[in-house]
Design a protein around this ligand. Structure first.
Ligand code: PLP
Length: 419
């Protein structure tokens, strides 16, 4: 970092500014985490220099002996950790992993059955503004209006009616467990591939706190930077039978040279995720999400589906009379970072939304537990209720920000130097 400060103080200031932001506030974005210094060290290494198109032992460039080792170690760790036949650590992101899965298993124009976006699906599950919606015929399944849980009967009916080539399960804002076995049997009934997009919850699978999709899916796509706490990037796990197709779909079909510094950092994170301390962290992530959801429920914010089994909760704010957008802005002003989120059957437009999404990976990494979640719920409730346009509102937001500062000072993000 000294070199960056000397060479480019402008960017060095941004890096320090971001560290300061992490340290001053509460990070409750469900898809974010705080990587270890070891992961950061691998990311900031000379491995970024190396061209390594291809796979270990089969590269299109010379000089790959060292990076080959990093990728081989990472692949072995991923296979061990998840009990998968095959792993590919090269996807640059979760969306890239999903693109590769489509490329390996489908042709443009094929029908794909996936969760509707407003019900928790991801852009790559059929949004019109994404390749998935532009190049494929996507059919969306929903959650039931009464339980707000996936409607498996509807999934089966849609599968029988539309005969999709691929069925996708896994979501961006679904707080409950997914019945992978049920999806497998529906896929088998109609001869579809089953792709599980485990971007959000693969880190909970790694910690053994939720069931694994690996025994059920043809392919599991994931990100490495969410609960899993690795570098920003993607990962694919699949059966032996599909391994060659999946590797070709990543390179050369959808990507060029892999980011070897990121591949090495993924290997570091996968080793960390195999430690007993990680399993304890994963257990606490879920316990914290439950405590946070309970605390917010007591404050009049209704947890969608009644609660959570995972690292995130989705809250319906309609009882509070505050929109998701207003809540996000008010919490931002109080140094609490979270995001507005559509709730199922949301009457508001997506940019306004009736809900917020909160997640516990960051605060759990910082060492917080249930007692702090109750405090955080109370702080969120105060921030959401504080109208910045009213006389006392701005003062209240400043008071909440002060209390946030006191709370996070006891659980600092990156307590040791980490720039
Ligand atoms: N799939 C799901 C379910 C996600 O929630 C996300 C990101 O939030 C992705 C894929 C895409 O990951 P990335 O942002 O790394 O492309």
């Amino acid at each position: 970092f000294a070199a960056l400060e000397a060479e480019d103080p402008e960017i060095a200031a941004v890096v320090l500014g971001e560290l300061g932001r992490l340290r001053r506030g509460l990070q409750l974005i469900a898809s974010e985490n705080l990587t270890s210094p070891a992961v950061l060290a691998a990311l900031g290494s000379t491995l970024t220099n190396k061209y390594a198109e291809g796979y270990p032992g089969r590269r299109y460039y010379g000089g790959c002996a060292e990076v080959d080792k990093a990728e081989e170690i990472g692949i072995a760790r991923a296979k061990d950790l998840f009990g998968a036949d095959h792993a590919n650590l090269q996807p640059h992101s979760g969306a890239s992993a999903n693109l590769a899965a489509y490329a390996a298993l489908t042709q443009p124009g094929d029908t794909v059955l996936a969760m509707d976006l407003p019900h928790g699906g991801h852009l790559t599950h059929g949004s019109k503004v994404n390749f998935s919606g532009a190049w494929f015929r996507t059919v969306g399944y929903t959650v039931r209006p009464d339980t707000e849980l996936i409607d498996y009967d509807e999934v089966r009916d849609l599968a029988l009616a539309h005969k999709p080539k691929m069925i996708i399960c896994g979501a961006t804002a679904y707080p409950r467990l997914i019945d992978f076995g049920r999806f497998r049997s529906i896929a088998d009934e109609v001869g579809a591939y089953l792709m599980v997009d485990a971007a959000h919850f693969i880190g909970l699978v790694a910690g053994g706190v939720i069931p694994s999709p690996v025994p059920h899916a043809d392919v599991v796509c994931a990100t490495t930077h969410k609960v899993l706490r690795g570098p920003r990037g993607g990962m694919i796990l699949c059966t032996q039978e599909l391994s060659a197709r999946m590797d070709k779909a990543v390179f050369p079909f959808t990507q060029g040279g892999p980011l070897m510094h990121a591949v090495a950092a993924k290997a570091v994170a996968l080793r960390e995720a195999a430690q007993p301390a990680y399993a304890e962290y994963a257990r606490q992530v879920v316990a914290n999400a439950r405590a946070l959801a309970d605390g917010l429920a007591e404050a009049g914010m209704r947890p969608v589906s009644g609660g959570t089994d995972t690292h995130l909760a989705l809250l319906d704010l309609r009882e509070t009379g505050v929109t998701g957008r207003e809540a996000e802005e008010r919490c931002d002003a109080a140094m609490i970072t979270l995001n507005k989120n559509a709730i199922p059957y949301d009457p508001q437009k997506p940019m306004v939304a009736s809900g917020i999404r909160v997640g516990t990976p960051c605060v759990t990494t910082q060492g917080m537990r249930e007692a702090q979640m109750r405090e955080i719920a109370a702080l969120i409730a105060r921030a959401v209720a504080a109208d910045p346009g009213s006389s006392g509102g701005a003062r209240e937001l400043a008071a909440v920000a002060d209390e946030v500062a006191t709370l996070v000072a006891a659980f600092p993000a990156y307590p040791k130097p980490a720039v």
